[in-house]
Design a protein around this ligand. Structure first.
Ligand code: AMP
Ligand code: GLY
Length: 437
């Protein structure tokens, strides 16, 4: 079977790497891909899939028929939010990834919050606003710490955590009047600021059944010790050491009701549902839902998947996930992102990357994110450049392997965190409560 993966990051490289191990997969194409995917698959060029949909859609359709592609996996949220899955399904193409109306669980925070409220899914209290004066009045009256969020997709930048009332007023001005995030800020969510550990629980779904993956933790801040600006994610590890019991509760009380609630509203969710959770003293709360694999979570989770990825993705698309056994390896995986100097702000591209061919441990995997080939040399081509994963019998082992594999790699300006997973890997299994005691 020929498959096509849409996207260009380390998540898509990891998807290609795992799909390639399936005996039923013949050729893998990645659009547009990167220097890493070019190695194990064939990159195909579309003008920025998903960003403006009309011409990419028709060129995608002709590509799919000329390359005899019978299965498509959509990596990033933007093409899902733009309706790429719907357009392909309308042509009878089998697609892993939700339709536009189900993807709204990520692309509209106002929808997601209202959905959680009507389905009793635990989340921070909140109000939504489309009018600036109403929003301003609200922040001036509430007496608890808050978070202000642009409702639409803002490439991970639309969440502001103000420390003072003035900062809150300014955030509203930036989002609603100056339109710092464009139409994504036409509506805002103002919610209670929560305290606690964050974890990501991702699950496969066919629209009826959910099968949770091992819990993962992302590291959003740029610098060690969770300091510095927010990024797309500087590293991740899995599994986070929480109890089976707690995970079952998350499936029963968060993931399953979400999939059921979406279906009941005519929004069948076929794909990966990602719940970002805050583990507070009063129980777990959903901070956000995403409608796809996390990046970098996927680079830690996919190496732990024992089952054939194509079998699992097909079971979701065919509606028989309940009959598909999803097996995970014992042990742990951790990934560390190597980013460009200056990221998450301005950074240069086209910088040669050295040391990629050094002898590697077979438990180390180098997934490319922002890279491209230039005259047979791999050069930087984005903010997050590489993601190096280590797999081991426990988290400490996985981290040692990942950091050892990074040692020979170098490019000018390269920055990475040295404390991925460090905070937690010695901790005992923790048993959080979903509800306040
Ligand atoms: P989101 O895109 O909604 O997940 O928000 C991005 C980040 O902002 C999260 O990963 C959290 O670190 C933080 N955040 C979001 N909502 C809240 C909240 N209600 N309380 C505290 N932190 C939050
Ligand atoms: N790791 C966060 C995300 O993929 O949105």
């Amino acid at each position: 079977m020929n498959t096509l993966i849409i996207g260009a990051g380390a998540r898509e490289h990891a998807l290609a790497w795992k799909l390639q191990q399936s005996p039923r997969v013949e050729k893998i194409f990645v659009a547009p891909g990167n220097a890493g995917t070019a190695h194990l698959a064939t990159n195909v060029n579309l003008q920025s899939p998903g960003s403006s949909l009309q011409s990419p859609i028709s060129s995608l359709q002709s590509l799919i028929s000329s390359l005899h592609i019978t299965f498509v996996v959509i990596g990033p949220e933007t093409p899902l939010a733009d309706g790429l899955a719907d357009a392909l399904r309308a042509q009878n193409i089998r697609v892993f990834g939700p339709n536009q109306n189900a993807a709204e669980i990520e692309s509209s925070k106002t929808f997601a919050k209202d959905f959680m409220r009507r389905n009793n899914i635990p989340t921070a209290r909140y109000e939504t606003f489309t009018d600036f004066d109403d929003a301003l009045r609200h922040v001036e009256t509430i007496d608890y710490p808050m978070v202000i969020k642009a409702s639409g997709l803002a490439a991970g930048k639309g969440v502001i955590i103000p420390e003072t009332l003035d900062e809150a007023r300014d955030a509203l001005r930036q989002i609603m009047l100056k339109r710092a995030f464009g139409a994504a800020g036409d509506a805002v969510v103002i919610e209670e600021r929560l305290q606690g550990e964050e974890i990501s629980v991702l699950a496969f779904s066919d629209g009826f059944t959910v099968k949770a993956m091992p819990p993962a933790q992302d590291h959003k801040r740029l610098l060690d010790g969770d300091l510095g600006p927010n990024t797309g994610g500087m590293g991740a590890y899995a599994p986070v050491n929480v109890s089976e019991n707690f995970l079952d509760e998350i499936t029963r009380e968060i993931l399953q009701p979400t999939i059921d609630g979406l279906r009941a509203e005519g929004r069948m969710f076929v794909g990966v549902l990602y719940a970002g959770l805050m583990l507070t003293n009063d129980g777990a709360r959903v901070l956000e839902f995403n409608c796809r694999f996390g990046d970098p979570e996927a680079q830690a989770l996919l190496p732990l998947l024992e089952s054939d990825l194509l079998d699992v993705l097909e079971a979701c698309v065919n509606g028989n996930l309940a009959q598909c056994e999803v097996k995970w390896k014992r042990g742990a995986a951790a990934c560390v992102v190597l980013a460009s100097g200056g990221y998450p702000n301005q950074y240069a591209t086209g910088i040669p990357i050295h040391g990629l061919d050094a002898m590697q441990n077979r438990n180390a995997l180098i997934f490319h994110a922002g890279t491209k080939l230039q005259d047979a040399q791999v050069v930087t081509n984005g903010g997050r450049v590489l993601c190096v994963t280590g797999v081991g019998k426990n988290l400490g082992d996985a981290l040692d392997t990942a950091y050892a594999a990074i040692r020979p790699i170098h490019f000018e300006g390269m920055q990475f965190r040295r404390d991925i997973g460090k905070k937690d890997w010695r901790l005992e299994t923790r048993d959080f409560a979903l509800h306040a005691k």
